[in-house]
Design a protein around this ligand. Structure first.
Ligand code: COA
Length: 157
């Protein structure tokens, strides 16, 4: 599967995939808004049947970019699609000459953390009790702040 750029026309499809992946999925309206922002890119992986099975949201600031979301449909996880999307994120960072790719991840999300570390992300910090509990009645969960630094593009001198 090759990554494809997604736009406002796919907002409902993205919201439907998000609902398959997590409890607090974004709505089609949120995806519509994201798709209309010039500083945001939405990328997906489509099965040959046309079904959207993975996606990511990248937001570009002046110097850095942020991975706002990456998700793979449950039955498609563990087959390299998340890794392919991260490789694309790195390429987009290089092409757009941003210095760092930033993200937040639940500290207990081992699969995602290991994937990010294998792709060169390092932990920079922790935001305590940042996320809603993942189980009813549970505790709020910490966010780890991670970043992938490509290169400093300017001299300190
Ligand atoms: C985190 C996530 C995006 C990773 O995507 P993925 O397509 O499963 O990732 P990959 O297959 O590229 O890599 C996952 C690694 O974990 C391993 N793995 C083993 N069992 C696995 C399983 N049940 N599910 C996922 N990965 C598994 C894979 O083998 C792979 O390791 P490898 O590259 O050494 O072989 C995906 O699991 C997901 O959408 N999770 C739910 C949403 C989420 O947590 N998003 C991140 C929030 S910050």
């Amino acid at each position: 599967m090759m990554p494809v750029a997604l736009g406002p026309a796919q907002a409902a499809t993205m919201a439907a995939l998000d609902r398959r992946i997590r409890e607090d999925a974004w709505s089609a309206t949120v995806y519509q808004t994201l798709a209309s922002r010039p500083q945001t890119e939405l990328w997906g992986m489509e099965h040959e049947s046309g079904e959207l099975v993975a996606m990511m949201v990248l937001a570009f600031g002046p110097w850095d970019a942020e991975l706002e979301l990456i998700g793979v449909a449950t039955e498609w996880q563990g087959r390299g699609l998340g890794g392919q999307l991260l490789t694309l994120a790195r390429q987009r960072l290089q092409q757009s000459r941003r210095e760092r790719l930033l993200l937040e991840v639940r500290s207990n999300n081992r699969t995602a953390r290991m994937l990010y570390e294998r792709h060169g992300f390092r932990v920079d910090g922790c935001r305590r009790a940042y996320y809603e509990p993942s189980v009813p009645g549970g505790r709020r969960e910490d966010a780890l702040l991670m970043s992938l630094t490509l290169a400093a593009s300017y001299s300190l001198l």
